[in-house]
Design a protein. Structure first.
Length: 351
């Protein structure tokens, strides 16, 4: 597998160039939130040093033949969602990028209004519909073909190759490009997903006093796993690195969630090489560290894995026992000591 298909989210908790450079033949794009842009993940403060770092890294990526995808993919823009203020904000930020020699190749958004603004003011810029729009059917795409050039397939279905083939065929027939996300750690069909993403858009992800008072957390996955239901990880929506060659022929780009991950270089290496020797849960976003490891080698050797991966009832689980049986095969003691799952969540999510 040598195709240049991977999209890496810009990060600065680890050396970005050192992590990417060995895998440049596989990296097609870098996606990023420009300083001052609200996106679908919390951002650290933009000090002059951080701003200089992203500019330097993106210029290196462009010199290396990597395309740039800027993201305006907050799930909610509140009172400014359809205003001249938001249109001006998007335009101003794109002009800032252009002034640095970094006018992007793509703009990814959850907002149809932003898509229309870009179509009108920057017609050469390719618009991509974000994975957070959860567009899961070709009928939905047909309503708005004028607003986008590419899209991410609905994440809840993208393990099913029949679905991936169908969406890819539609994209090819309509002059569009379909993307996939490789490592989402979300629960399948999570009912908190929209609520969670709206909190991201408003920078309200940290646990509040009221949430603590009522014993509530906005991370439903955390609640589910802390109750010991680890088999839900088996029926989730991630793609195993070794399985990527099954999906890549149908995707124009494969997104790697690395922007807020504690070990982004591990994710890049795993999906670039289509091989990973370790705890599979630790290369997902969000990052999990369960009491035991999800042994990826054992998973690949299991006769149950293809049945779970391709399960036709995954969206409407009948609790047939296959996921629990698979978990029993692959849930192994760790090779090294480390924090338990709750500790990892506190480190990654800040509360």
């Amino acid at each position: 597998m040598n195709a240049r298909k991977l999209a890496v989210g810009w990060f600065d908790n680890k050396p970005f160039r050192a992590a990417c450079e060995p895998y440049l033949p596989r990296i097609k794009e870098v996606f990023f939130a420009w300083p001052g842009v609200t996106a679908s993940r919390p951002m650290d403060d933009w000090t002059p040093e951080r701003r200089a770092q992203i500019v330097s890294d993106l210029k290196w990526a462009r010199r290396s033949g990597v395309e740039l995808d800027t993201i305006f993919n907050a799930n909610c823009y509140g009172d400014i969602a359809m205003t001249a203020e938001l249109a001006g904000h998007v335009s101003d930020k794109l002009r800032e990028m252009d002034a640095e020699g970094l006018f992007p190749d793509h703009l990814t958004t959850t907002s149809p209004f932003i898509a229309k603004v870009v179509r009108t003011r920057f017609p050469s810029l390719k618009v991509r519909f974000s994975i957070n729009m959860d567009i899961a059917a070709t009928g939905a795409l047909e309503y708005v073909t004028d607003l986008f050039d590419s899209f991410y397939a609905g994440r809840n279905a993208h393990r099913r190759l029949d679905y991936v083939r169908k969406m890819s065929a539609w994209a090819a027939a309509h002059g569009k490009m379909m993307g996939l996300q490789a490592n989402p750690g979300c629960l399948r069909n999570c009912p908190f997903h929209t609520f969670h993403n709206n909190l991201h858009g408003h920078g309200r992800m940290r646990q509040s006093g009221a949430a603590q008072e009522f014993g509530f957390t906005n991370f439903l996955c955390r609640t589910v796993f802390e109750r010991g239901r680890y088999e839900e990880f088996m029926r989730a929506i991630w793609l195993r690195p070794e399985d990527l060659p099954l999906y890549e022929p149908y995707a124009g780009v494969v997104k790697l969630a690395t922007r807020r991950h504690p070990n982004p270089e591990r994710i890049i290496a795993a999906y670039a090489e289509c091989s990973y020797d370790g705890d599979l849960a630790e290369i997902m976003d969000p990052f999990y560290r369960f009491p035991k490891a999800i042994d990826n080698a054992a998973l690949g050797a299991s006769a149950l894995w293809p049945q779970v991966r391709d399960c036709p009832d995954a969206d409407n689980c009948r609790h047939c026992g296959k996921c629990a049986a698979l978990l029993a095969e692959v849930f192994k003691d760790r090779r090294e000591d480390g924090p338990g799952m709750s500790g990892a969540f506190r480190e990654f999510f800040g509360g």
